[in-house]
Design a protein. Structure first.
Length: 270
């Protein structure tokens, strides 16, 4: 078999986590990523029938049974993943109607998957039900979007519309808008279920005073979504206290819909 450390999906995960740490989005052991893998591709590097250990998940997700995921480890520092991937990453296969994750590789020295694993798996199930191309769930703590949740209404329509008006690209990149949750205790099934419900209609979910979840077809797609939102939130924070003389109007956004073949979320444009 091929050396797992040469696998493109592993190399890309290491590159992405280092990039996110460099952006300042994943301080200490903050943030986590899960990537749905093709089992045939995994089989080039691992015997998917050889299980290191079973890890209880604490939830059920029957629709994910048999699927393999590359997931960051609990307590892992993103800045260290590229230097010790076998400790800070793991590949698991979902079994027992989602109640068990079979460890195929990684989590060296007795580690396990991120504490946000339930939220990730529930979000994967939700996104796959509406778009089978979505393979990534990415969670991080970008400064600007987090700061925005302290000073802006958490109404989803208003939150989305504010961000759409900050950059021409926004309504094109996330036309379905942004889901927003009030502050909740992280690492619980409750926040996982609430996030998954929002993921049925949006690829982005903001956790107030905490961070953001993004879904995408690959790591670049999910990263690009959050990168766009974070820049827009930064622009908002720079100008929110100033008189607004010019803006992107709803009529302008209708023109963008037509030009780029997207459709803004129903009811979000006046």
């Amino acid at each position: 078999m091929k050396d797992i450390l040469t696998a493109p999906f592993l190399r890309e995960m290491m590159r992405m986590t280092s990039n996110m740490y460099a952006h300042g989005w994943d301080e200490r052991n903050g943030g986590n990523i899960s990537l749905l893998l093709d089992e045939d591709e995994v089989s080039e590097y691992l015997d998917t029938q050889c299980v290191i250990k079973d890890i209880p998940t604490g939830f059920e997700a029957e629709e994910l049974e048999g699927k393999c995921f590359l997931v960051t480890a609990t307590g892992s520092y993103f800045k260290n993943i590229e230097y010790d991937p076998a400790k800070n990453l793991g590949i698991v296969k979902i079994a027992d109607k989602g109640k068990t994750a079979k460890l195929l590789w990684g989590y060296r020295n007795g580690g396990s998957f991120t504490s946000e694993f339930p939220a990730h798996m529930m979000s994967h199930a939700a996104r796959l039900s509406v778009d089978p191309a979505n393979r990534v769930i990415l969670h991080c703590h970008p400064d600007n979007i987090l700061a925005m949740t302290y000073v802006h209404s958490l109404d989803e329509r208003e939150f989305t519309r504010t961000l759409w008006r900050m950059e021409t690209e926004c309504v094109v990149v996330f036309p379905e808008g942004i889901g927003v949750l009030p502050w909740m205790v992280c690492g619980t099934n409750e926040i996982g279920q609430a996030t998954a419900e929002k993921m049925k209609t949006s690829r982005l979910v903001v956790w107030a005073q905490h961070g953001i979840y993004g879904a995408g077809k690959d790591l670049d797609d999910a990263f690009g979504l959050i990168e766009t939102v974070e820049k827009a939130a930064g622009i908002y924070l720079k100008i929110a206290h100033l008189p607004i003389l010019n803006t992107i109007t709803d009529e302008d956004m209708r023109l963008l819909e037509k030009r780029f073949g997207v459709k803004a979320r129903e009811g979000y444009l006046d």
